[in-house]
Design a protein around this ligand. Structure first.
Ligand code: NA7
Length: 550
């Protein structure tokens, strides 16, 4: 169904972003007969997987759980090659999705959305764009104005790179690269002295591969992370047969993180009820399994206390076992924060890289970066001369891509002002004061603390079902109520409170971005409980939302 006969700049729904969320939204909305336009800043589809092309970029959710579950045709058409897929594979998969469902005609590439304003009398959103790469605000480059009844922000949770607060970055004479916007042609570091700043997931993935190529690699580490092994391997046909996929997807729906950890893989018994030997054996078993399952090893692991400290001690012992030089092992050992409060990294050969002769580790807690100079990086210990610099310094997570757009709701109120003290959202799907606007995997939903593919599918299904309900019932506008939003925000905070998450200095809490409100943003109540809450709202005729008749 369409709302009237819209002109070419007027749509039923505008979707911002053509990553996992935007592609699936387009597919579902088109099936409802809606006029949809997807606006995408990149010159290809893929979102996060379009931009993050650094060496070693790889998903930390297993491939067989990272493919969409909605289409048997797609399952037939696609085969994953590894347990944890590398970025080129995931990007190729998303391009296959776009082709399988003929999505490209409704996707407008190279288009950056600069603003979105809600017109209360017309119940419509008015978006302004500029051609990507044109930084003068759309003036000379010729931006557009587009309107739609509904706007869905499918902008991703880790898509707005953080501007690193390091003096002199622009003065560096050599090339510098960001892991989050890596050159498409790739980079050859052969024979070069390379510096990498940042040792989160991106740094941990890139460092082993850059070390294999560079003449010398200097790793600048501010905070050591807890790291578990990927034990990546090739996938066989048998690993991804239809039955296997169905079983794993079913199992993911019942897991707090939305991944297919079998009940037999994690312990129902609290860690501290086991003997030290039994506990150690369990940690060892999960270490051998590899991946993020370690986070759920025991039900008491993600609260601060003895179980978390036992996990920390286990992970630290692995560093000492792998890194030959005890002083390097000590620098690589996380200190002063519990396991899980910062994103657990999943590695391939990270620690072993520090046994190489051509790799040095700079401990920024002992000798902080003073500034970047034309010749290299100046720390408290002197200047490290470099030919190339790599920034793996992270993102303004969860809210950054939204507040980067000048989004104005009722009364012209900017979203950035509404969220000045931290994001407030009903279920991470909608924001009071911003009618007819939806966010996919927004703050207040499990998002980055779940299998993103699963959470994206759930959000897209919820949003598109909601739009069908509105059309069937002659409703022109839907808006989260302040009361329902505040109850959800309070519930999310209450669930998070006993866990290690809110106290961590991490991108989960916005601590990594200077000046950003410090609020734990994802919902940690688990995927099953969250889905139930969303389903209940819909089943009760969108309880917690105000509906305005046409
Ligand atoms: P992260 O996890 O935010 O890591 C960024 C890293 O950069 C981290 O080690 C930071 O240290 C470091 N950093 C940031 N700013 C600086 C400055 N100014 N000086 C030195 N070091 C700095 O981002 P990633 O891209 O690695 O991963 C993001 C997520 O993407 C990941 O968790 C996966 O889910 C996918 P800090 O810890 O702040 O001391």
């Amino acid at each position: 169904m369409t709302t009237g006969q819209p002109a070419s700049s007027d749509f039923d729904v505008i979707v911002v972003g053509a990553g996992y969320s935007g592609l699936y939204l387009l597919h579902r909305l088109r099936a409802q007969g809606r006029r949809v336009r997807v606006l995408e800043a990149g010159d290809g589809v893929g979102g996060t997987w379009y931009w993050n092309r650094y060496p070693g970029a790889r998903c930390d959710v297993e491939s067989v759980e990272y493919g969409f579950s909605f289409s048997a045709e797609l399952d037939e058409r696609w085969r994953w090659s590894e347990r944890y897929s590398a970025q080129p594979d995931i990007l190729a998969y998303l391009n296959t999705v776009a082709d399988t469902f003929d999505l490209r005609p409704d996707i407008q590439l190279n288009t950056t959305v600069t603003s979105a304003a809600y017109d209360e009398s017309a119940h419509r959103w008015r978006l302004r764009t500029r051609p990507s790469g044109d930084t003068d605000g759309g003036g000379a480059g010729g931006g557009e104005e587009l309107t739609a009844q509904f706007c869905v922000m499918a902008t991703g949770c880790l898509s707005k790179p953080k501007v690193p607060d390091i003096a002199g970055l622009d003065s560096f004479a050599g090339p510098s690269y960001s892991t989050s916007s890596w050159p498409h042609r790739g980079v050859d570091f052969t024979g070069q002295r390379v510096g990498v700043i940042g040792t989160g997931s991106s740094g941990v993935q890139a460092i082993p591969l850059i070390a294999e190529q560079a003449a010398h690699l200097h790793v600048f580490q501010r905070t050591a992370n807890y790291i578990v092994p990927a034990h990546n391997h090739e996938l066989s046909e048998h690993d991804q047969g239809a039955e296997k996929l169905a079983t794993r997807r079913r199992s993911g729906l019942g897991c707090p993180l939305g991944v297919a950890f079998e009940p037999t893989e994690v312990n129902a018994v609290p860690a501290m009820e086991l003997s030290a030997e039994e506990r150690e054996a369990e940690f060892e078993r999960l270490w051998e399994r590899g991946g993020l399952v370690m986070m759920l090893a025991f039900p008491d692991l993600l609260v601060e206390g003895e179980a978390n400290r036992a996990a920390a001690d286990f992970l630290k012992s692995k560093i000492r076992a792998k890194v030959h030089d005890p002083s390097i092992a000590e620098i690589l050992t996380p200190k002063g924060y519990p396991v899980g409060s910062k994103r657990l990294c999943v590695d391939t050969s990270y620690y072993e890289t520090f046994n190489r002769d051509n790799v040095s580790l700079v401990d920024l807690t002992a000798t902080p970066i003073d500034r970047v100079t034309p010749a290299g990086v100046l720390t408290g210990a002197g200047e490290v001369p470099l030919d190339a610099l790599v920034l793996a310094t992270g993102f303004d997570a969860m809210t950054g891509a939204l507040t980067a757009i000048d989004i104005r709701g009722r009364g012209g109120v900017p979203l950035s002002r509404s969220w000045a003290d931290g994001p407030r959202s009903l279920l991470g799907l909608a924001v009071a004061g911003f009618p007819n606007l939806f966010t996919v995997t927004g703050p207040g939903s499990p998002s980055v603390l779940s299998n993103m593919r699963l959470s994206i599918e759930q959000h897209v299904d919820w949003i598109t079902d909601c739009l069908a309900y509105l059309a069937e019932n002659g409703i022109a506008a839907i808006e989260a109520t302040e009361g329902a939003q505040e109850s959800w925000v309070a519930h999310a905070a209450e669930v998070a409170e006993p866990t290690v998450f809110p106290r961590g200095a991490s991108w989960y809490t916005g601590t990594n971005v200077p000046g950003k409100a410090r609020v734990f943003m994802p919902y940690i109540g688990g995927v099953p409980a969250y889905r139930e809450a969303c389903d209940k709202v819909a089943a009760e005729g969108y309880q917690g939302f105000e509906l305005t008749r046409a």
